[in-house]
Design a protein around this ligand. Structure first.
Ligand code: HEM
Length: 406
């Protein structure tokens, strides 16, 4: 629905603190938990801010993830184009979604993801060595977080080393909310062309990597087309690379500003490190523009009637600080019990790559903070450029240095 009256608050809203959701979101959660908001194209979807309502919506088949449906609150004009050019299961509903997701769930089993751990540890060590050789100041985003997470996805898929930079650049173009839709469209086309070619190569030469195995088990058996495998590759790149990179960089910045938490990462045991990582996921919720859905039937949510065809934004960052679910929600508490945050979503679309993301975070944070115990920001916090206008929140760059370096 498009409205001419400007009565609804604009969404996304401006933050007051770079590490916390906008205060307005907190106010809505208390006073108007199902509220109309105005998005970039003038449409006025519903913003849902309470934990229980967010989980109810994300597990209710009456809310569709199909970005092609009328009323779906797209994040940019580019998103519509991307969806048409490259439909993937993150934007499908069951049973179609389940059919596609099932084809690759085995690739994210404990055994398979654990097999990536040594690669992640080696990569982390190599990147830290390079940072140490370079001396300070260095940009933690471009020298550590982005190369680490993009290399992990590339290694998972079986994308050769020389194409890693190409993927990083194209993924950025896809996720730039304010970017030119034509540029986003071109990025999808070029990525698809590259991956289609890679899939064709793996059809001829079997490979023991995700694409290679999917080719053997799904394409050669006629269950999936080569085109679908190329689209899957794009989904994994886009979903897995910048999310994790921004969670790493923003988490490091948060800990540099709150040294008591850096100490937990540096000196804590595996349990404390894992708990601190979950708390950083909950508090920072880098997927800050909410889980987008459209109602396919009339549904009542917390006493408000949402009509078929109306868009809904289930706010994960608001839910993750709902005091009804989390005692003292703004505090990082490694002793928190039952930390069922929704930073990885909830319901049928819950993040498939979360075991990999967890290994990356639990490896990267302590390794970085142990190697550089005197790590600090190389510029004042006010100079940091936060990604408020991007699909994935975080920092554009993070200049850091060692205690003694200038
Ligand atoms: C800190 C890192 C990450 C965060 C915060 C994150 C967050 C999310 C969220 C919130 C969703 C739900 C989307 C929805 O409901 O519409 C999702 C889905 C997904 N994520 Fe992640 N993710 C991360 C890392 C990864 C990684 C490393 C991969 C792959 C290697 C990945 C692959 C996926 C896929 C394939 C989906 C779609 C699942 C489906 O639709 O069934 N993610 N992620």
């Amino acid at each position: 629905m498009i409205s001419d009256k400007i009565t609804e608050p604009p969404y996304p809203m401006a933050r007051q603190c770079p590490f916390a959701p906008p205060e307005e979101i907190g106010r809505l959660r208390e006073e108007e938990p199902v509220a109309r908001v105005r998005t970039w194209d003038g449409s006025i979807p519903w913003l849902i801010t309470r934990y229980d309502d967010v989980r109810a919506i994300l597990s209710d088949p009456r809310f569709s993830s199909d970005a092609g449906r009328d009323g779906y609150p797209v994040t940019s004009a580019g998103m519509k184009q991307q969806h048409k050019a490259n439909p993937t299961f993150i934007a499908m509903d069951d049973p179609e979604h389940a059919k596609h997701r099932r084809m690759i769930t085995g690739e994210f089993s404990v055994r398979r993801t654990e097999a990536l751990r040594p690669t992640i540890q080696r990569l982390t060590g190599e990147l830290l060595d390079a940072m140490e050789r370079k001396g300070g100041p260095v940009d933690l985003v471009s020298e550590f977080a982005l190369p680490m997470t993009s290399t992990v996805i590339c290694e998972l898929l079986g994308v050769p080393q020389e194409a890693h930079e190409f993927f990083q650049d194209h993924s950025n173009a896809l996720l730039d909310v304010k970017g030119d839709p034509a540029r986003a469209g071109r990025a999808v086309e070029e990525l698809t062309a590259y991956l289609t070619d890679l899939v064709a190569k793996k059809m001829k030469e079997p490979a023991d990597d995700l694409i290679g195995r999917v080719v053997e088990r799904r394409v050669k058996t006629g269950e999936m087309t080569q085109q679908e495998v190329a689209s899957l590759g794009i989904l994994l790149l886009v979903a897995g690379h910048e999310t994790t990179a921004n969670q790493i960089a923003l988490g490091v910045l948060y800990m540099l500003e709150n040294p008591e938490y850096a100490a937990i990462m540096r000196d804590g045991d595996d349990k404390a490190i894992a708990a601190a990582c979950e708390e950083l996921l909950r508090l920072l919720t880098v997927t800050h523009i909410g889980r987008r859905r459209v109602a396919v039937e009339d549904v009542e949510v917390n006493g408000v009637l949402i009509r078929a065809g109306e868009g809904v934004i289930a706010s994960g960052d608001a839910a993750n600080r709902d005091p009804r679910q989390f005692a003292d929600p703004d505090k990082l508490d490694i002793l928190r019990e039952q930390n069922h945050h929704v930073a990885f979503g909830y319901g049928i679309h819950q993040c498939l790559g979360q075991p990999i993301a967890r290994i990356e975070l639990q490896t990267a944070y302590p390794a970085l903070l142990r190697r550089f115990a005197d790590l600090r920001l190389a510029v004042p916090l006010e100079k940091i450029d936060f990604r408020g206008d991007m699909v994935v929140y975080g920092v554009h760059s993070l200049p850091v240095t060692r205690g003694s370096e200038r």
